[in-house]
Design a protein around this ligand. Sequence first.
Ligand SMILES: Nc1nc2c(ncn2[C@@H]2O[C@H](COP(=O)(O)OP(=O)(O)OP(=O)(O)O)[C@@H](O)[C@H]2O)c(=O)[nH]1
Ligand SMILES: [Mg+2]
Length: 400
Amino acid sequence: MKSIIKSAGRRIEGELHEIPQKVSPEDSALKDFVERVKARIVIMGVGGAGSNTITRLNAIGVDAVETVAVNTDAQHLLATVADRKILLGKELCGGNGSGGDPRIGEEAAKESSEELKEFLQGTDILFIMAGLGGGTGTGASPIIAEVAKQVGAVVVSIVTLPFSAEGSKKKEVAIEGLAKLAESSDTIVVVNNDRILDIAKELPLHQAFFISDEIVARAVKGIVEIVMKPGLINVDLADLRNVLESGGPAVLSFGESDGENRAIEAVEDALGNPLLEADISGGKSAIINITSGPDFSLDEMEQIVEAIVGSLDPTANVIWGARIDESLKGVVQVLLVVTGVASPSVEAALQGGAVEAVTERPTIARVERATIPRRSSERRTVPLAREVREPEKDLGLDEL
Ligand SMILES: Nc1nc2c(ncn2[C@@H]2O[C@H](COP(=O)(O)OP(=O)(O)OP(=O)(O)O)[C@@H](O)[C@H]2O)c(=O)[nH]1
Ligand SMILES: [Mg+2]
């Protein structure tokens, strides 16, 4: 056994590169087939905030997906970095924006619905990103979601609620849009911008927007790469579609650690992150994406998945991926998306309540037995220690 492990180590260190490449007669047809059946994942930023997040996503880089910016504001669209751009409501808005009116944003999307429909044909999963509170993102996103569903795409919306500092009018507009978008999306993740201020107190507003961009961009990247990039564990598109289709309200979180028990610490960090702001024990399903350096071990991967699965409903459908990033030596990062759970602030928003009324953070509670899904169909049980604790400190920006 020792020699097998040793030999495997040597192969990882270079022998694999020395295997002579062979071209089989079937390779060309196989390549064509892979191209044909390849998933089409589109990430669309709607309005100013959504477009800025698209630019951010392109800055951090995301493979094998199309990034698209759509806006009523031609100048902003010009400044956006994206694979494709669509100017909404050319007649209605003349490229000058919606004037902050979601009804104009909605009409602009309706005017452009044929163009959107044509563009979205053949899309498997559409991610819509927008900052709710303005006219374009708030008004156009629900229409775009409907168009995407008409062409058979699974629609996942990841949106932000305005900072309280932006005033109550923006929040009212955002909440109205959120209710519509929640109805027309399969899965909706809402990042309450006020939570960012919980993490990074006294941050100037424009910098807080950058963090908001980063959170949404990293979440989308983490979800799509689970299927689009080969990792230590490969997840099928069908599995991801399954989780996101009719996922309903969802919450997301990030955790990170470079400590001695970095695997468990990264999970604790994610579960204690103020962004999560929800009890996930009733979650229907979850996506876990782990990224770590070359020293990451199988044992650590198990620890992470076990700890998260132990925090969810035992019947929850969990998919996870793990990827090595050479630049992350000594660090473990965890992205967690749990569907079927509305954060209290979103629930309050949808019921017309005050968003800022909810300030409690989640407590971390791990159950005694965790069910580890090997594949969707196969599960096993593993004992876990019971532990309940309050998060000890506020997280710093770096820890996002
Ligand atoms: N993440 C992020 N959020 C932003 C940014 N700018 C504004 N926001 C948030 O997004 C909300 C909507 O603003 P915009 O996206 O500029 O509005 P819009 O959708 O373009 O709508 P109109 O400009 O009114 O047509 C604001 O209330 C803020 O909460 C940004 O650069 N990044
Ligand atoms: Mg705008």
